[in-house]
Design a protein around this ligand. Structure first.
Ligand SMILES: Nc1ncnc2c1ncn2[C@@H]1O[C@H](COP(=O)(O)OP(=O)(O)OP(=O)(O)O)[C@@H](O)[C@H]1O
Ligand SMILES: Nc1ncnc2c1ncn2[C@@H]1O[C@H](COP(=O)(O)OP(=O)(O)OP(=O)(O)O)[C@@H](O)[C@H]1O
Ligand SMILES: [Mg+2]
Ligand SMILES: [Mg+2]
Lengths: 254, 254
């Protein structure tokens, strides 16, 4: 049975998609069959992995209960599949609002495919609406990317409250997988201040590796490639390989 | 009567809030009474302007039709007021979903105060949901910040489609105020490629000034200050003063 991890943070532009696709690529390199679920109407994880969806997408799975099998496509990378998104997903939140058990739609969708993967990563949109709640119900844990800047840090308290509420009402098993510092720039005092504060508060829950600001990570998606394929020697690629190791080690301990 | 401009882009982290508060500060310096409406549940524009809301916020205005007057507070800057947000706004989208004329709530709220300001800027959340649609109905024009990176450029087409749909169904007067390139870094090929493509496609609709990546813009919010107060000599401050001039000049031409 796959471990399902939601990559979530309501703050925009903190590296959720970049983490979803590059961590997934690093995990698939260690021969762990991995699925990336793109739950964002922007469909950045879908295009960042070079996928052009032609048939069903996550929209049909949530709204018409189409089987996940029908929507899943393989990526250019061995051991890495994608459940793609498309723009119409933006309407799903309002459409789901009237459906009974609306928070369980993704959980039910993934039931059929969980035995085929070791890890499933869900890339969430920048909001705490019904789509992200669906991810938090389907997942066993949450990985939170935090950009080393003020607004991203400020929003963490609220995200923790939401996790607590989901734990109390919808998914008692939901844990914090870890907090990942992103766009770390050693030259900036702001970066150092934010990372010190986050590490002081969340202690061992913060991954030892911080993802540095590295242009290869921003260039790779325009070629539909992960950073591992685009520039395996880059600081960004090395950091995500390190993250995959740390994540797998933490998994063995618990 | 105030000109109402929505600052919108569904892509997260492109500089919507940074543009809202620093453009507003630059406009208020030219003695134009300005209001910033924080329409994001993250309430970043509220905290970035050093405001701690104690009474009503935009949430009460939209859901209970509380008068805007009751929620508006003054900032530390002359000629600059704020209609603050708070976290509960996240629930507003689902609460508004069942209300007739749900797209008009913000438009009605601002009716009473439009004659007191020259310009009203609405900081939108990173989504194309009911809150952003409310902003697009209340506004006469949209200013779109675009980060000089791949995903931000990719999402522009979809944003244009949404503007077209709002123009056809809800607000025929909605215009494109302008496209603002943000986090421009002259050293990066990616920055130059994206800005060339955006300028080629949108031509004179793209502001001449591009906002450079400048750490003062990221540091200022942790002091609850605009960049003009925090570091008036910084490249970020100069760029937003330039933007205010360009925006006011464009207004005089039309
Ligand atoms: N470590 C990094 N170094 C440099 N650029 C990065 C890094 N991580 C992400 N980026 C770039 O920053 C931008 C924001 O990242 P990304 O889109 O992954 O964030 P997100 O949280 O998924 O955004 P959204 O909230 O819109 O979903 C993208 O253009 C991405 O390419
Ligand atoms: N030109 C710039 N140079 C450096 N940092 C910037 C610049 N503009 C914005 N920032 C920083 O980048 C981050 C994202 O900017 P901001 O929060 O304004 O974007 P946003 O579009 O409002 O995000 P969201 O989608 O979450 O609402 C913030 O930490 C901000 O301080
Ligand atoms: Mg994303
Ligand atoms: Mg914002």
């Amino acid at each position: 049975m796959a471990k399902v991890i939601a990559i979530a943070n309501q703050k925009g532009g903190v590296g959720k998609t970049t983490t979803s696709i590059n961590l997934a690529a690093a995990l698939s390199l260690s021969h762990k069959p991995t699925l990336v679920v793109d739950l964002d109407p922007q469909a950045n994880a879908t295009s960042g992995l070079g996928i052009e969806p032609h048939g069903s997408t996550i929209y049909e799975c949530l709204i018409n209960a189409t089987e996940a099998d029908q929507a899943i496509c393989s990526s250019r990378i061995a051991n890495l599949d994608v459940l793609p998104s498309r723009q119409d997903l933006a309407g799903a939140e309002l459409e789901l609002a009237g459906v009974p058990e609306r928070e369980m739609a993704l959980h039910q969708c993934l039931e059929d495919v969980r035995d085929r993967y070791d890890i499933i990563l869900i890339d969430c949109p920048p909001a705490l609406g019904l789509l992200t709640v669906n991810a938090l119900v389907a997942a066993q844990s949450v990985l939170i990317p935090v950009q080393c800047e003020y607004y991203a840090m400020e929003g963490l308290g609220r995200l923790m409250q939401t996790l607590e509420r989901v734990r109390e009402t919808l998914n008692p098993a939901l844990e914090l997988e870890g907090i990942l510092l992103t766009m770390w720039d050693a030259r900036l005092t702001l970066s150092r201040q934010v990372s010190e504060e986050v590490r002081q508060y969340f202690k061992e829950k913060v991954y030892r590796v911080a993802i540095p600001r590295n242009v290869a990570l921003a260039e790779a998606p325009s070629y539909g490639q992960t950073v591992l394929l685009y520039n395996a020697a880059s600081a960004g690629a090395r950091a995500y390989l390190e993250l995959a190791k740390e994540l797998l080690n933490n998994g063995e301990k618990s």
